[in-house]
Ligand binder design. Structure first.
Ligand SMILES: NC(=O)c1ccc[n+]([C@@H]2O[C@H](COP(=O)([O-])OP(=O)(O)OC[C@H]3O[C@@H](n4cnc5c(N)ncnc54)[C@H](OP(=O)(O)O)[C@@H]3O)[C@@H](O)[C@H]2O)c1
Length: 489
């Protein structure tokens, strides 16, 4: 990573929010510590909370908890804060005046990390306050997912964005694409001939994605009740990871080639017919149960949740990608909250060998499985059949694994560090393209419509389990079973 050269002002909308605290401010401080921020750098924070510049500085200090005071002092000089509601144009006029008071001229990056319902208004006010163009440099905008809540609102947001910014100025974030393990997928697949040749319906029986959390919805109750699992993780993170897993080889590593191939997977997702949804999609909602040995309450007992809420806190589905490579290979997805463990992984289950020599001795009764562990314990596991030592011939399945942390004695680059750096440097490879996002919304829209039916009820599952029994049935009807998350690495 080369240092960013030109003067930069970053306008952070939502500077006091959960994401700013957990990720964005820390990522900016990491860029500073690594010497990657330009010599002239300003960060202008905004939210409605009233604070002075100095109070904002203290707030950022408490978030990043710097170890080296002299490094911190250099960073602290770049911090400014302007309170105001993004619903008011005046807020942006004030941001402009503040910026004009800096004796610097350079590039502008808007980082919109506020409530998604405020995005359109924010963009309109950036334009109205003549902040859509920097007088002596470029202007770009980064936005956090979700991009809309359905096909229509995603379209509306896109129209608002593209009426102010050109496509190459817009960086829509899905931070899963920047995770080391997801970036590794490209290398793993296309640099290793042993796998790439087999990455095809002729050799692969099915694909499974698990994106589960044992956490509940603490602090995000209202947001979650309006969102649910399909919108929260399946429409975005899960489908973007699938796109990288299933894409054809791009012509080059250039952003336009990689993004095009990812897009083709999303565009080829087989649409759900309404009358198939009962069979192919299952919705769950957690009731009280045990997580890590502690009793936890059910979704409907959580604070701020509507007493009759029909929001799904977990979902499982079977889908297909209608491309030459993947036609009729089932893809099983399960995701949600308060499931048994917190894990994100993609498993590729290969077909069994054509001979039946060992079938009676094989207790696992399935082909080899290659698991790409996205988080935690990032790495790769291949499950192989071997002879169990002993006088009799018996087969056992054993893991052969590679763990990032064991193999490379260095920390993984945090996704947000990479994303901010790439956006500034103008590299959109790891950002979803608008047409891919639109295809993902088209794919999930029938599920959102289905949830609106009067008879719709998610099925209850105990917190800390792998979802309702229908999740098991979904895959069992195809004579398959869920691959349990791989051993600790
Ligand atoms: N949190 C996560 O883990 C996470 C992960 C991925 C994506 N995201 C996305 O990131 C975005 C922010 O999420 P979050 O969890 O950080 O939300 P949050 O904790 O509710 O923070 C929202 C921020 O926006 C500010 N804000 C709210 N209304 C405002 C208004 N009218 N004018 C100006 N500022 C306003 C809030 O401060 P005031 O209330 O003081 O105004 C706060 O700084 C969302 O799009 C979310 O979907 C979040």
């Amino acid at each position: 990573m080369k240092p960013i050269k030109h003067p930069l002002t970053l306008f952070l909308i939502g500077a006091t929010g959960d994401l700013a605290k957990k990720k964005i401010l820390k990522a900016l401080y990491t860029l500073h510590q690594e010497g990657l921020l330009p010599e002239i750098f300003n960060l202008v924070g905004n939210s409605r909370k009233v604070m002075t510049h100095h109070e904002f500085e203290q707030f950022v200090y408490s978030v990043v908890q710097p170890k080296d005071e002299s490094e911190w002092k250099k960073f602290a000089k770049s911090l400014y804060y302007l309170p105001g509601d993004v619903d008011h144009r005046q807020t942006f006029e004030q941001i402009r005046s503040l910026h004009e008071s800096f004796a610097t001229c350079g590039n502008h990056l808007w980082y919109v990390a506020t409530l998604p319902s405020l995005y359109i208004q924010t963009v309109r006010h950036i334009q109205a306050a003549r902040m859509g163009k920097a007088p002596c440099g470029w202007t770009k905008i980064m936005l956090e997912k979700p991009f809309g809540t359905d096909v229509a609102s995603a379209h509306e947001l896109d129209e608002a964005l593209t009426s102010v910014f050109k496509e190459d100025q817009i960086f829509r974030i899905d931070h899963f694409l920047a995770k080391e393990t997801v970036q590794n997928l490209l290398v793993f697949r296309f640099a290793n001939g042993i796998f790439e040749h087999l990455w095809h319906r002729n050799f692969i029986d099915n694909i499974q994605v698990t994106a589960s959390e044992n956490l509940g919805i603490d602090g995000r109750e209202i947001f979650y009740d309006q969102t649910g699992t399909i919108r929260d993780v399946i429409q975005n993170h899960v489908l973007q990871m699938l796109a990288v897993t299933l894409m054809d080889e791009p012509k080059s590593l250039q952003a336009q080639d990689v993004r095009q191939k990812r897009h083709e997977v999303l565009a080829n997702l087989r649409p759900f017919e309404l009358d198939q949804i009962d069979r192919d999609v299952k919705f769950g909602q957690y009731i009280a149960g045990k997580v890590n040995g502690n009793i936890v309450r059910g979704f409907l007992e959580e604070n701020h949740i509507e007493p009759h809420s029909q929001t799904e806190t977990a979902a499982a589905l079977r889908c297909f990608v209608d491309s030459d490579r993947w036609r009729n290979v089932p893809i099983y997805i399960r995701a949600g909250k308060r499931l048994e463990s917190t894990v994100t992984e993609i498993s590729i289950q290969f077909k069994e060998p054509p001979n039946a020599m060992f079938s009676e001795l094989d207790r696992v009764q399935r082909g080899n499985v290659l698991t790409l562990r996205i988080q935690p314990n990032e790495g790769v596991v291949v499950r192989l059949k071997v002879k169990k030592p002993g006088l009799h011939l018996q087969l056992n399945e054993v893991p052969m694994q590679f763990g990032y942390r064991n193999e490379f004695q260095m920390g993984l680059v945090e996704a947000y560090v990479k994303l901010i750096y790439d956006a500034v440097q103008g590299d959109p490879t790891l950002f979803p393209r608008s047409d891919g996002i639109e295809s993902s919304w088209h794919f999930v829209q029938p599920l959102l419509d289905y949830k609106m039916r009067a008879k719709f009820r998610p099925e209850a599952y105990k917190a800390g389990s792998w979802g309702p029994s229908s999740f098991t049935q979904l895959i069992k009807q195809d004579k398959r079973q869920w691959i349990q998350p791989s051993v600790e690495m």
